[in-house]
Design a binder for this molecule. Structure first.
Ligand SMILES: [Zn+2]
Length: 346
């Protein structure tokens, strides 16, 4: 190839890229029909026609280039994909177009702005009604209410039913739900821990009864150390067991389990007062532990030792610019590949 031919080709690429940057649809289409190989050519700093077109917000040019099968996951010298550039310049409609998964270049890993990501365990299906936790009379009434829902836990694992005979084999598990009559004996046991989870959210206004407004059913979690085989006999559902696999719930139930399990785990680890070492008792619907030693300093003022602790942590997933690869670390003890967690220290 002579230097003259090379210059002619470079000049053609330059014109093609310039047309894309200006949004000149006619010239882009004409040049592509004459020289299809232009489509993924790059110019200064590795910018392709697609990058130049979308960087200037030329939606029709982007659409035409995509329809001709351009590579939307190539990166420029700054490791930016076309998607990154569209996002950077705020061309949301174009980034949405790029995110559509109608070709072999499907973006497998989540893009933070394609749609709002939701934490599996953060769905709030119950209204926690935290103001009611100190209302002992109201809580007692709710405990014996026939509409109240109880969830049973053993060693912080919930009782679930499964569509399959082996609940560990797969499929979505469902929380076993009990009424007061089935669990009222457990509530009398000293080792039982009871957590008020909240009341059901209602989409429609509360139904009226003869006596007034009917309140939505309350939910409680019970952790008990009773024999698990005996506990399972209380349930009428099929294929029940106490299951530690927390990733087999619907998102609605996962949020409830997360709330219950986090508080129950706190109770199982904080039976004694961190200030004086005396025994403590559960209060306020299970969201506080109070020292039984009347001389204890923790009974005067507000102390974080009396409440469930929160440990801030960030979980990071490093995603390759092509959207199809990510960086994971291996936890050797469990042979588990996972994202990188970082605990936040003060
Ligand atoms: Zn104490």
């Amino acid at each position: 190839m002579t230097s003259l031919q090379l210059s002619a080709k470079e000049e053609m690429v330059e014109r093609f890229l310039d047309a894309a940057a200006r949004g000149d649809m006619i010239q882009v289409s004409t040049m592509l029909s004459q020289s299809p190989s232009l489509i993924n050519q790059t110019g200064y700093s590795g910018w392709s026609a697609l990058m130049l077109g979308l960087g200037n917000g030329h939606y029709p040019v982007v659409e035409a280039l995509l329809s001709h099968g351009c590579d939307k996951f190539s990166v420029n010298s700054s490791s930016q994909t076309a998607y990154d550039i569209a996002k950077f310049w705020g061309h949301r409609h174009i980034s949405t177009l790029l995110g559509h998964t109608d070709d072999r270049c499907q973006r497998l890993l989540p893009g933070a702005d394609l749609h709002q990501q939701e934490n599996y365990f953060s769905r709030e299906t119950l209204d926690r009604l935290s103001a009611k936790r100190t209302d002992e009379g109201w809580l007692e009434d709710k405990q014996s209410d026939p509409n109240t829902v109880y969830l049973l836990f053993s060693n912080c694992s919930p009782m679930v039913s499964s569509p399959l005979e082996d609940p560990n084999a797969g499929g979505e598990n469902q929380l076993c739900r009990f009424r007061y009559e089935t669990v009222k004996d457990l509530l009398q046991k000293p080792a039982t821990v009871l957590i008020f989870l909240g009341v059901e959210r209602r989409k429609k206004p509360s139904a009226q009864t003869v006596d007034g407004v009917r309140e939505p059913p309350a939910w409680f979690a019970i952790n008990t150390d009773e024999d698990t085989a005996d506990l399972l006999k209380r349930c009428r559902e099929k294929n029940c067991c106490f299951n530690r696999d927390l990733l087999k719930f619907s998102e609605e139930e996962a949020g409830v389990v997360a709330q219950a399990r986090s508080v129950l785990a706190w109770h199982s680890r904080y039976s004694f007062c961190p200030t004086c070492g005396s025994s403590t008792r559960s209060m306020e619907g299970g969201y506080k532990r109070s020292c039984l030693n009347s001389d204890c300093r923790s009974l005067k003022g507000v102390h974080n030792t009396c409440y469930p602790r929160v440990d801030p942590v960030v979980i990071m997933l490093v995603i390759h610019p092509d959207g199809n690869q990510c960086l994971l670390g291996e936890e050797r003890r469990f042979s588990l590949w996972a994202c990188s967690p970082v605990w936040l220290d003060s």
